[in-house]
Write a protein that binds this ligand. Sequence first.
Ligand code: ADP
Ligand code: MG
Length: 263
Amino acid sequence: PSDSGLQPGTLIEPARQRAPGTAMIAIDAISKWYGDFRVLHECTTAVAKGEVVVVCGPSGSGKSTLIKCVNALEPFQKGQITVDGTKIADKATNLPKLRSRVGMVFQHFELFPHLSITDNLTIAQRKVLGRPKEEAHKRGLDLLARVGLSAHAKKFPGQLSGGQQQRVAIARALAMNPVVMLFDEPTSALDPEMVGEVLDVMVELAREGMTMMVVTHEMGFARKVADRVIFMDQGEIVEDAGKDDFFGKPRSERAQTFLSKIL
Ligand code: ADP
Ligand code: MG
């Protein structure tokens, strides 16, 4: 077991594991404007089932907006995004149902502060998926054990460290049996000594074959588990390359300059 106290077992179901060649997320020429300001410009990429894609780029380049579009938390004006075969811009698409299948972990942990850890882990399972109480508890507590936090089930979020809260947030998302997991700078609000314990859980998830799109500047994580790295600048996908090509030498000068600043 690692420092994070990760326990043996699995975080995801076999049905969610790697299947190369099966597109899980297809982002097809999407553009988005806030008024006159073009925040995304003709972004196109795809994430295969079980693939881990790291998204990086300067602040304000559109990374958060792009992954919020994948979860239908932000509308876009042009293009199409398909998640596990469902076109999210189709009028007929049931967005709450789609969102329940896409796990999302944000920079700020966003646990419900007034609910216990157990209730945080079970409320969406019960209200959105309609799982019986017993089943929701079992799933939630199994995942809490997996991220090494069994002892904290009865506590409230404010009683946990930032790193612990973020591990609960990951467990809470996994409890919904998502088809993909989206992360938006999950470690950037943490004290440095807590970054590792959260990355450990994400590495484990990647190794189990979860489909992941991860906005992060943790290039150690990218080197360890990413299949591909996307570099964004000014709303465009400037680079979309295999990990080795990206770290070997990015093609664009903008990506080279960015890497030289953060590495
Ligand atoms: P990143 O995550 O790469 O830092 P964001 O996706 O958050 O970038 O933002 C991209 C750009 O869109 C930024 O210039 C930001 O100021 C702008 N932006 C984000 N949200 C809004 C909004 N709700 N209204 C107007 N502009 C926004
Ligand atoms: Mg952002």
